[in-house]
Ligand binder design. Structure first.
Ligand code: ADE
Ligand code: ZN
Length: 326
């Protein structure tokens, strides 16, 4: 039953969650009201009804529009609290949380406002929710490397407030290799590195993320199945993939969950982890993703526990917290 399902009860670590993608329609409307933003939807149900996507871009359009209601630090605090509440209910114990600085600074919300707001929630996440947290700042790849480089300068003024950097937004036509200089500077600053690659883009983008950027983990990476040599490389070097099954279905990367490449990756020995990506938009938090693959892909209790262990191993954690999560 749902109550005893390992998918729900196993302690979880989440490594691929965009905080702006945890914006639930109720909070969208609450923020709009207090910030005097008029939304082009009659209400929560109409907005939720728009969550029908044909590809990554059709989602990103709604995602960037949705976050326009976030103005003040308190809005970001409420957003993080909302995520933590739902994540705690699904057994999450540690979360490495993405945010998109440029999606806010380009509309006049300062990096400091975003960080202050998120931290007002996350700095006490462990005491309040039993969830340790860390922030990863993602560059919007479709805005180019020059803007990413300037954003990195700004982020480095807040170096202690983030553990790493990532690369997200519209993938096709924006290969990881374009960001070589930005990632190498971030590495020299001691930041951990991740990048979305092989979500909609080709296996070659995964190679670039590995060989040009030198990332610690690949976000998504599912298109790696198109390239047997790449699958071997990922398995050999134990490069973790942060797979987001419900996201891949909703963005039409796979026709249905039953066709998902996850079993092939697991079979080939690739270290895979299960994550929610944008839980408000894709129909579920991380426990829902685990339950879905349990049902549709036939992963049993041992496999679900292995995904959870992989996530702990792939997390950017100190030895002490890692031990307590295992
Ligand atoms: N930003 C938020 N969710 C994303 C996704 N699934 N792919 C790329 N960029 C994103
Ligand atoms: Zn993502």
């Amino acid at each position: 039953t749902a109550e005893t399902s390992t998918a729900l009860t196993v302690p979880k670590t989440e490594l691929h969650i965009h905080i702006e993608g945890a914006l639930e329609p109720e909070l969208t409307f609450a923020c709009a009201e207090r910030n005097g933003v008029t939304l082009p939807y009659a209400g929560v149900e109409e907005l939720r009804g728009r969550y029908e996507f044909s590809d990554l871009q059709s989602f990103l359009d709604l995602y960037y529009t949705g976050m326009n209601v976030l103005h003040r630090a308190e809005d970001f605090t409420a957003l993080a609290d909302s995520y933590l509440t739902r994540a705690a209910a699904q057994g999450v114990r540690h979360a490495e949380i993405f945010f998109d600085p440029q999606a806010h600074t380009t509309r006049g919300v300062t990096l400091e406002t975003v960080l202050d707001g998120l931290e007002a929630s996350l700095s006490t996440s462990e005491e309040r929710f039993g969830i340790s947290t860390a922030l990863i700042a993602c560059f919007l790849r479709d805005r180019g490397s020059a803007e990413a480089s300037r954003m990195l300068d700004e982020l480095l003024e807040h170096r202690q407030r983030i553990i790493g950097i990532g690369l997200d937004s519209a993938e096709l036509g924006h290969p990881p290799g374009d960001f070589a200089e930005v990632f190498s500077r971030a590495r020299r600053a001691g930041l951990r590195l991740v990048a979305h690659a092989g979500e909609e883009g080709p296996a070659d983008y995964v190679w670039q993320a590995l060989d040009v950027l030198g990332v610690d983990r690949i976000d998504h990476g599912v298109r790696a199945v198109d390239d047997p040599e790449l699958v071997k490389r990922l398995a050999r070097d134990r490069v973790p993939l942060t797979v987001c099954p419900l996201s891949n279905v909703r963005l039409r990367g796979v026709d249905e969950l039953g066709q998902h490449p996850l079993p092939r990756l697991v079979e080939a020995g690739v270290v895979t982890t299960i994550n929610s990506d944008d839980p408000s938009y894709f129909g579920g938090y991380v426990g829902d993703n685990l339950r879905a693959i349990e049902r549709e892909l036939g992963f049993g209790e041992d496999a679900l526990r292995e995904f959870a262990r992989n996530s702990v191993a792939a997390a950017f954690l100190g030895a002490e917290r890692r031990e307590r999560l295992l």
